[in-house]
Design a protein around this ligand. Structure first.
Ligand code: MN
Length: 232
């Protein structure tokens, strides 16, 4: 069999302690999953059912302890950082129960849900999809994946982001409105999960813009730090 046009390469992420890499399938993102962030976005942080949006696999870009770069994307004047706990799915399934959900997790990482906020809010106001605000190449810098086998499950711990050394976002993963297990269970009712799927679990308060040249340093306790510079 020959592909009629070049096939897209498989996006992959490094795995801590392994020479294997993690193949990125789909990227699901939870919206407004910390109460203080829901409030800063002008929404009531009721415990409504979670909602999801997606990014393409090529949104994922390897980040890590040593500085990496992402381009400043086109068509925005308000490019926002969202530091998030990232879940890498190792085993697929549908209608997964909350009790069984964490057994589907391969590992965890630190990630950024980079957002063209002006385009997202414009779409929100018009009742249109968020794609142009959220779903674009290199919009999800993600650190190396820490396997559950080495670090255990991540159910709490500090999550933080600085820009040029100044604090911007700080919270605790315990503050998630919908836990990792609940998000997996809920999502799997709507769409069977597959190995390689990524779930970005939502950002805490303090989202704000970055400009060309800014250095973002994001961390989740136990999962290290990623350093990502917005290219000039
Ligand atoms: Mn987000």
């Amino acid at each position: 069999m020959n592909y009629a046009v070049p096939a897209a390469p498989v996006t992959h992420l490094e795995i801590v302690g392994s020479t294997d890499v993690f193949p990125v399938n789909r990227i699901f993102c939870v919206g407004r999953n910390y109460a203080a962030h829901a409030r800063e976005m002008g929404k009531d942080p009721e415990r409504d059912p979670p909602f999801f949006f997606m990014k393409p696999a090529n949104a994922a870009v390897q980040a890590g302890q040593s500085e990496s770069r992402i381009p400043y994307p086109p068509m925005t004047a308000n490019f926002h950082h969202e530091i998030e706990l990232v879940v890498a799915i190792g085993r697929g399934g549908k209608d997964i129960t909350v009790d069984d959900a964490l057994s589907h997790v391969y590992g965890y990482a630190v990630g950024l849900d980079m957002t063209r906020r002006d385009l997202q809010l414009d779409a929100r106001e018009k009742g249109r999809p968020w794609e142009f605000g959220k779903s674009f190449r290199d919009s999800a810098p993600i650190g190396p994946i820490h396997p559950v086998a080495s670090v255990g499950q991540v159910t709490g711990g500090a999550i933080a982001l600085t820009v040029n050394g100044h604090a911007r976002q700080h919270s605790d993963v315990k503050e998630l409105i919908w836990s990792v297990a609940e998000s997996i269970a809920y999502l799997s009712q709507y769409e069977p999960l597959e190995p390689g799927d990524i779930i970005m679990t939502g950002t805490p308060e303090g989202v704000a813009a970055v400009v060309r040249g800014d250095l973002m340093e994001g961390s989740v306790e136990g999962l290290g730090t990623i350093r990502v510079r917005v290219a000039d």
